[in-house]
Design a protein around this ligand. Structure first.
Ligand code: LLP
Length: 443
């Protein structure tokens, strides 16, 4: 069993995270419960910022809030000196409400609506990452109406696609995101951005994939982007001051996952950037990156209560928990693998192989296939690890199941950062039209 961050097994044989015994957390907050190891989140953030500091380059580490966007997380991101990448008015609203400095917010997305753009313009955010020509025109005209000039990066698809382990250097053209580098679209986009009256072009952005375990793809992307920047300077006399390389740094979900230490990704990016720029006597740009999963992923654990079980002799034993695809859709969506532990009897010997089922009315609602566990019974606690990224963020109310609470744990203290949804929350936005209301029976 691999325990992340401050997780350990205490003298009672219980899982403890951030100095909090999870059996106590279950009593206090109920289950399912997302538990976030705040110390580990901060450690991950520092690994990125410290690795960059060592390179001597100017940089911004922008937390990709899509991985887990709640106000307390925005506070931690700010305290750790990160910028913030948002992709919707909802994420922007969350960040602003948490008091996150607007000038450190970057707005992404392939279809920002006029309302979203206006909201971001009014908030004076730091930068828009422009995805396409329609948006470029819209942003320019809305900025003009407000008499503002806004910083922009252009999202380009550099022709490097990461499939976690291998890289295809032509495959990325067919993407809904960004301006294609290979067919000249990115070049035209730069020309238009320079000409736009109310846009200030800082540079370009690329994101090559997610859950990447090697540096090769990042290196290839840097080389292609640097070559583009050099070409733009030669042909248009415009020098990019920022290059944003997106996110995608992998984490260890299960045995066999082999992410690199964060510093190695940063080093590879910096080395590639420095050597490409030196060769062309190009001034070193500021490097921005956008890690999401690698900041919060392994800091999250979901605690469930085991309910029913079903043993099909010779076939499989199902153990059902009080959550499932509604709080973690990733196994159903991506066949993602997770590891788990019987949290209230963590030292017991694993004697059986079981499959962990969720409670939604859908056969596909399975969290883990073939997990070795001690014999469990109803009321035991199951901790599923590495659920910090894209779990709460992608949770749903399917079957009208309520979204769980989220707690931050640190130094023996647990703080509720998202309350569990109530039954009332579930029907809060429902309306019954007059004609469907129950009429008082007239006699
Ligand atoms: N920047 C951009 C432009 C992105 O599109 C993404 C992720 C990130 C940064 C952060 O990537 P990360 O460091 O977290 O890999 N729901 C999927 C992941 C979708 C990622 C989308 N973009 C999952 O659960 O695996």
């Amino acid at each position: 069993m691999f325990l992340h961050g401050t997780s350990r097994i205490n003298a009672q044989g219980h899982l403890e995270i951030g100095g909090c015994d999870v059996t106590d957390l279950a009593k206090e907050f109920g289950t399912p419960l997302y538990i976030v190891d705040e110390t580990l989140v901060r450690q991950r953030a520092r690994e990125f910022t410290e690795a960059f500091r060592k390179t001597g380059l100017r940089f911004q580490v922008a937390y990709a809030s899509k991985a887990f966007c709640v106000m307390a997380m925005c506070r931690v991101a700010e305290e750790e000196g990160m910028s913030l990448d948002v992709v919707s008015d909802g994420e922007l609203h969350t960040a602003l409400k948490a008091g996150f400095p607007a000038e450190r917010i970057h707005f992404h997305g392939n279809n920002k609506t006029p309302d979203e753009i206006n909201m971001a313009l009014d908030a004076n955010i730091g930068c828009f990452v422009v995805d396409n020509f329609t948006e470029m025109q819209l942003l320019n005209s809305l900025a003009q109406e407000k008499g503002k000039t806004v910083n922009v990066l252009l999202r380009i698809t550099p022709g490097v696609e990461a499939h976690t382990h291998d890289y295809i250097s032509t495959g990325q053209q067919d993407s809904k995101f960004g301006f294609d580098l290979g067919n000249g679209t990115a070049f035209r986009a730069v020309e238009q951005a320079i000409a736009a009256s109310n846009l200030k072009l800082l540079g370009v952005h690329s994101h090559i994939g997610s859950q990447i375990f090697e540096v090769e793809g990042f290196r290839m992307a840097v080389e292609k982007i640097a070559a583009f920047a050099i070409d733009i300077r030669a042909k248009l006399g415009e020098t990019f001051s920022v290059i944003n390389l997106g996110g995608g740094y992998g984490i260890r979900y299960v045995e066999g996952d082999t992410p690199l230490p964060v510093g190695q990704y940063v080093q590879a990016i910096s080395d590639a950037m420095i050597s490409s720029c030196k060769a062309a006597d190009f001034p070193l740009p500021e490097i921005w990156i956008e890690p999401g999963r690698s900041i919060v992923g392994d800091a999250g654990t979901t605690l469930y209560t085991i309910g029913t079980s079903k043993d099909i002799p010779g076939v499989r034993k199902y153990i059902a928990v009080d959550g499932g695809m509604t709080d973690n859709p990733r196994p159903a969506l991506y066949e993602s693998k997770y590891d788990a532990l019987l949290a209230n009897r963590a030292n017991d010997e694993a004697t059986e192989v079981v499959s962990i089922a969720g409670k939604a009315c859908e056969s596909g609602d399975m969290l883990i296939w073939d997990l070795k566990l001690p014999e469990s019974k109803s009321g035991d606690l199951l901790a599923v690890f590495c659920t910090g990224a894209y779990n709460y963020a992608m949770a749903s109310n399917y079957n009208r199941i309520r979204r769980p609470a989220v707690v931050f744990v640190k130094d023996g203290k647990a703080d509720l950062v998202v309350a569990r949804e109530s039954h009332e929350d579930i029907s809060r936005n429902d309306l019954i039209p007059e004609r469907l209301r129950k009429q008082a029976v007239s006699r």
